[in-house]
Design a protein around this ligand. Sequence first.
Ligand SMILES: *[C@@H]1O[C@H](CO)[C@@H](O)[C@H](O)[C@H]1NC(C)=O
Ligand SMILES: *[C@@H]1O[C@H](CO)[C@@H](O)[C@H](O)[C@H]1NC(C)=O
Ligand SMILES: *[C@@H]1O[C@H](CO)[C@@H](O)[C@H](O)[C@H]1NC(C)=O
Ligand SMILES: *[C@@H]1O[C@H](CO)[C@@H](O)[C@H](O)[C@H]1NC(C)=O
Ligand SMILES: *[C@@H]1O[C@H](CO)[C@@H](O)[C@H](O)[C@H]1NC(C)=O
Ligand SMILES: [Fe+2]
Length: 471
Amino acid sequence: MEGAKSCSCFATISVALVLLLLPNVAVVCHGGKTSTFIRKVEKTEDMPLHSDVFVSPSGYNAPQQVHITLGDQVGRAMIVSWVTLDEPGKSLVHYWSDDCPHKRVAKGNHFTYRYFNYSSGFIHHCTLRDLEFNTKYYYEVGIGHTTRQFWFVTPPEVHPDTPYTFGLIGDLGQTFDSNKTLAHYESNPHKGQAVLYVGDLSYADNYPNHDNVRWDTWGRFVERSTAYQPWIWTTGNHELDYAPEIDETEPFKPFRHRYHVPYQASGSTEPFWYSIKIASAHIIVLASYSAYGKYTPQYEWLEAELPKVDRTKTPWLIVLVHSPWYNSYSYHYMEGETMRVMFEPWFVKYKVDVVFAGHVHAYERSERISNIGYNITNGRCGPSKDQSAPVYINIGDGGNIEGLARNMTNPQPEYSAYREASFGHAILEIKNRTHAHYSWHRNEDEYAVTADSMWFFNRHWHPVDDSTTTK
Ligand SMILES: *[C@@H]1O[C@H](CO)[C@@H](O)[C@H](O)[C@H]1NC(C)=O
Ligand SMILES: *[C@@H]1O[C@H](CO)[C@@H](O)[C@H](O)[C@H]1NC(C)=O
Ligand SMILES: *[C@@H]1O[C@H](CO)[C@@H](O)[C@H](O)[C@H]1NC(C)=O
Ligand SMILES: *[C@@H]1O[C@H](CO)[C@@H](O)[C@H](O)[C@H]1NC(C)=O
Ligand SMILES: *[C@@H]1O[C@H](CO)[C@@H](O)[C@H](O)[C@H]1NC(C)=O
Ligand SMILES: [Fe+2]
């Protein structure tokens, strides 16, 4: 339900993409490098409940934990979510733009859930529709009681040469390191316009009875970013919250109530796998913890989805998944292997540009490799260079309470281009249909320092070797 538009708003290019073309630092060459960077060994601790980042906004029934994500497949709709604690209040959002200051109103719904002895607040989700592309919208929640105002910019219309910048964060949690990761991302001069989040959000399940209060604190902690730019959610193992010992047997219960995603827009039947299109990128979110074997809903969805990717409209094909397929640390050994066996031939066939994963709490970037030659009898069981294959990037280094994954397998496998056990975030700057610049930023440096980088050459439009260890 939406209020009548009383003025017609033409999307003007209200937000100029100011691409600061800094002098281009020469492409750094890494020869299958294990970084020698030595990080200070400190305990990774959750921020205490009284921390500044967890403070609830003041005022009766003030909306908190505000976050947004796309509300359709292309960004002409936005889902606004928030929580009120005193009473349900109204699930209304008022929104307007500079070109059309007349306030429109959208109505959503609220939900509650119980988890062991925790009762959630009133969780509101409201979809704003018929938005103009590339337009700054202001929005207000908490109508009727304490209101709070935020803003976001809708993505530009899907077009093969439209530049767009994504932030990449994974396995964030709510430690002092998590706060540093988020702060570095926010201060990065190349900061993204949306965040691709590779799963494991709050780590509330680390607490007795999965104390869901830590879902609320996480929502308040990340609000300073999630209220202003869409975060594209992937589910990790810490979203499962499957705890039969306390009679909690509905997987993903907290996540499903708190984080709504536009899965139906891409024909998915569950919020754990879906796709969106932003600017020149087609992004596929996969679910490591939902069935993906042959004939399962996720398998059938992906099988139907990949042929729909039109590289003439969205040159960049990006996949997000929690559990990595290629990883040379000694953690979560082979956990991603079964999904790799199922889907890797498709990724090579459809020339996925890059796969981002998390789960292993460290950083690693691979060469373009595939391991699809094996057929039980021929013994071809190792990965080999493949220019049709994606680059695999592990960005599970957000800084959660489980600490860093430090142990690596040795020697460094040939497929591994760069690895380092540090917390950080990454940025993917799509420039046009052929070029995208990627950079990784470790928390221990000043936020603008690039610790690892490469130029991605698009697999459809410019499929030449873009590896950075062979040059
Ligand atoms: C839930 O149960 C735990 C353990 O019995 C207890 O410490 C905690 O205070 C309870 N929380 C609520 C909200 O009742
Ligand atoms: C978290 O980071 C923000 C931004 O740098 C800072 O203002 C705040 O004090 C930090 N809080 C904690 C508990 O570290
Ligand atoms: C496996 O590969 C070998 C050599 O590439 C080939 O001779 C054999 O027929 C293949 N087996 C199957 C079951 O495809
Ligand atoms: C990491 O390495 C240390 C020292 O070699 C060893 O004690 C520990 O068990 C290893 N941990 C894992 C998860 O492999
Ligand atoms: C695409 O972007 C790259 C990097 O900025 C640039 O070198 C190249 O000339 C661009 N291509 C076109 C066709 O503009
Ligand atoms: Fe994980």
